[in-house]
Design a protein around this ligand. Structure first.
Ligand code: SF4
Ligand code: FES
Length: 377
């Protein structure tokens, strides 16, 4: 440190037009009882022995609140695998953060849910791998997982936690989308997140088995649009479309280094979930530096802020303030350059090739699912 305080970093950031982040994703652990082929966590997972301890996380939550973060999303892996989960929720609430737990439900008992309620947990997002046991247990690679999840959903409803149902849909389970929407209504969920699989991390190696067809992608958009009208006032639908079949990219992270940050289980602070796939970046660790220092001054956060890093066609495009050139990690994975235009965009020289490959992946009927593997300890 150079003697500067968080107030100094904030003032400096403000002068440079850098807003404070609104949300932080705390990846409490990469450990997970499920082994979903669509997992977007890195191929190399952080081992348990390298995870931040309770004290590290509590300090990070306070620093996040001081930095201006309002919402804390606790995820993994499976965050319920952390034995100190109740203490972490308590600390986050004490720091004044809105707390959201993103979970498969495995590892949550009725007693533990009551303890989370008493600790002040504000919201739960429950993941859904399929709408029946056969599909859910096959995709999650966990026998009995669906029945367990339904039990957890009933406890969540009894306790009265605000609930969002998270569905990741792909070629294997997209036909279950209407059932998933019905399930969300039956569970009294306030919101359903309908996300067509995004190919980051482990999922990138499963494109042949998971890529939806173009027709499936279009049908999903139609079903979501219809449900949004039909269920107005009852259920909110958040939708992440199948971007390989789109013409324009998503505004990933709402723009790099503008609204959110992630802390990986080992304490590395990332501008987005998949940033470690960009090998030219170096990441600070919350064990060594204050979050405000990392947010405002960190090399990784400043790498793709604003638009001075952009190349053509993004640099002179009138959509650049809308989508920020798309996703840096997808540009890295598909164009080999994190500063390139996201190949989802029709203006990218890689767009046509990407769509051809998407259709080839989607036509690979014999492709097998490669289940997520876990490190030993
Ligand atoms: Fe977005 Fe770049 Fe495509 Fe323009 S050229 S639409 S800014 S990705
Ligand atoms: Fe990293 Fe999109 S996932 S910028």
């Amino acid at each position: 440190m150079d003697g500067a305080t968080p107030q100094d970093w904030r003032a400096e950031g403000k002068a440079r037009g850098i807003p404070a982040p609104i949300a932080m994703l705390a990846e409490l652990t990469h450990r997970c009882p499920l082994s979903c082929p669509y997992c977007s966590n890195p191929v190399e997972l952080a081992r348990k022995s390298l995870e931040l301890d309770t004290t590290d996380w509590v300090r990070a939550f306070q620093q996040a609140a001081d930095l201006g973060v309002l919402q804390l999303h606790m995820s993994g892996g499976e965050p319920a695998s952390r034995r100190d989960l109740i203490a972490l929720v308590t600390a986050a609430r004490d720091a004044g953060l809105y707390t959201n737990l993103i979970t498969s439900g495995i590892g949550l008992t009725e007693k533990r849910l009551h303890e989370l309620d008493a600790a002040g947990l504000d919201h739960i997002q429950l993941s859904l791998q399929g709408t029946d046991a056969a599909m859910a247990d096959r995709i999650g690679g966990y026998k009995g997982g669906f029945d367990r999840k339904m039990k957890v959903a009933s406890w969540i409803k009894d306790i009265g936690f605000p609930l969002t149902l998270n569905t990741v849909l792909h070629r294997q389970n997209l036909h279950q989308l209407p059932d998933a929407i019905d399930m969300a209504v039956e569970m009294d969920a306030r919101r359903i997140e309908v996300a067509i699989v995004q190919f980051h991390g482990w999922a990138l190696g499963n494109r042949s088995s998971l890529m939806p067809t173009k027709e499936q992608a279009a049908e999903a958009s139609r079903i979501v649009a219809d449900a949004r009208t039909r269920l107005k006032g009852t259920l909110v639908l958040d939708y992440v479309p199948a971007d390989y079949h789109s013409d324009y990219p998503k505004p990933c992270m709402g723009g790099w280094g503008t609204t959110g940050l992630n802390i990986a289980p080992d304490g590395e602070v990332l501008p987005c979930h998949a940033a470690q796939t960009i090998k030219s970046l170096t990441f600070d660790n919350v064990r060594d530096k204050d979050l405000a220092d990392i947010w405002y001054r960190g090399a990784a956060f400043n790498a793709y802020r604003g638009d001075s890093w952009m190349q053509e066609p993004c640099r002179s495009c009138d959509r650049k303030k809308k989508d920020f050139g798309g996703c840096r990690c997808q540009a890295m994975a598909l164009a080999g350059d994190p500063a390139a235009t996201d190949p989802v965009c029709v203006k990218s020289p890689f767009h046509a090739e990407m769509q051809t490959r998407a259709n080839q992946f989607a036509a690979d009927d014999g492709a097998e699912l490669h289940y997520r593997s876990q490190p030993l300890a």
